[in-house]
Design a binder for this molecule. Structure first.
Ligand code: ATP
Length: 277
């Protein structure tokens, strides 16, 4: 069992991040290297910033000097081949674990919580979808409109269904609902569209757009490159432990003379030598 399949994967980082600026530091990180925040530039500060992240699993170096900042209201999509380190990076951004090297800093006005959808959301069997969200609602200060959250993620009709009886896609939608409990300033979604039918994929990316319109910083991973190209403000292509492209989707596509992100993806990652996967 991984840490993702526990019943409370996203509330831990949430509660630890309820300060104006909270930082997760790798063992080898140099905390002194971080600049002092400029109070006059508060509005320009990223909602979440990862700096020089490095991480290895045994001999496999998964991330190597990766930096990423996400502004309030910005949607950043991580794309990359299977095993390129997207989930690992997202766990660091969500602060469910710390990298070997580098820092993750959250900024926020008052609250700076992170909502996290793991790649394989797990819930305690036997409880209903509504009961499950009520459970997580206990851990946030705000009143939570559980029925509203279920409606938002398309599960209103499944409110009373036991979580063990939800389909794979519905379980992911409930995980998205859990990530939204408490109106976090940063939402980290690991393959939120995986297993969803085409209509729900559109709905999912619509929810993501609405979150960004409300000022939430969203960082997600996805292999659904069509919706990513249409929805994301930035796409960051991870391969070989580093970003091989990072920018506006159109700019990334044009940088390799491709017609669309799907084609650009093939060009970008095909030219990289990938080891360890
Ligand atoms: N806990 C772990 N122990 C050992 N190796 C791990 C662990 N977690 C991830 N890895 C390895 O690190 C690499 C990156 O994995 P990660 O899950 O971050 O990739 P990903 O880009 O999210 O892949 P996918 O698109 O298939 O979900 C893989 O080679 C994986 O096998």
């Amino acid at each position: 069992m991984t840490d993702e399949s526990t019943t409370m994967p996203n509330r831990e980082p949430a509660t630890t991040a309820e300060t104006d600026s909270a930082e997760s530091t790798g063992e080898n990180a140099d905390a002194d290297a971080d600049p002092e925040p400029d109070p006059n530039a508060e509005g320009d500060r990223p909602a979440v910033a990862a700096t020089d992240l490095g991480h290895a699993f045994g001999d496999l170096r998964v991330l190597d000097g990766v930096s990423l900042s996400v502004a309030p209201g910005e949607i950043v999509a991580l794309v990359g081949p299977n095993g390129s380190g997207k989930s690992t990076l997202l766990r660091f951004l969500a602060r469910v674990r710390a990298p070997d090297e580098g820092t993750v800093t959250l900024s926020g006005h008052g609250h700076a919580r992170v909502g996290y959808l793991p790649q394989q959301p797990g819930f305690r069997a036997g409880f209903s979808a509504a009961d499950t969200l009520e459970f997580y609602a206990q851990f946030v200060d705000e009143d939570v409109d559980v029925a509203g959250v279920l409606e938002r993620v398309g599960l209103a009709d499944a409110a009373d269904r036991r979580v063990g009886a939800l389909s794979g896609g519905m379980t992911r939608l409930l995980g998205l609902g859990r990530a939204l409990v408490g109106d976090p300033a940063v939402v980290v979604l690991d393959e939120p569209a995986s297993g969803l039918d085409p209509g729900m994929v559109e709905r999912l990316f619509g929810i993501v757009s609405d979150l960004a319109d409300a000022g939430v910083a969203v960082v997600l991973s996805s292999h659904n490159l069509g919706p990513v190209e249409r929805t994301a403000d930035r796409v960051a292509v991870l391969d070989g432990g580093r970003f091989v492209a990072d920018g506006d989707p159109r700019a990334v596509v044009e940088s390799v003379g491709a017609a669309d992100l799907q084609t650009a993806f093939g060009d970008l990652v095909a030219t990289e030598e990938v080891t360890g996967r």
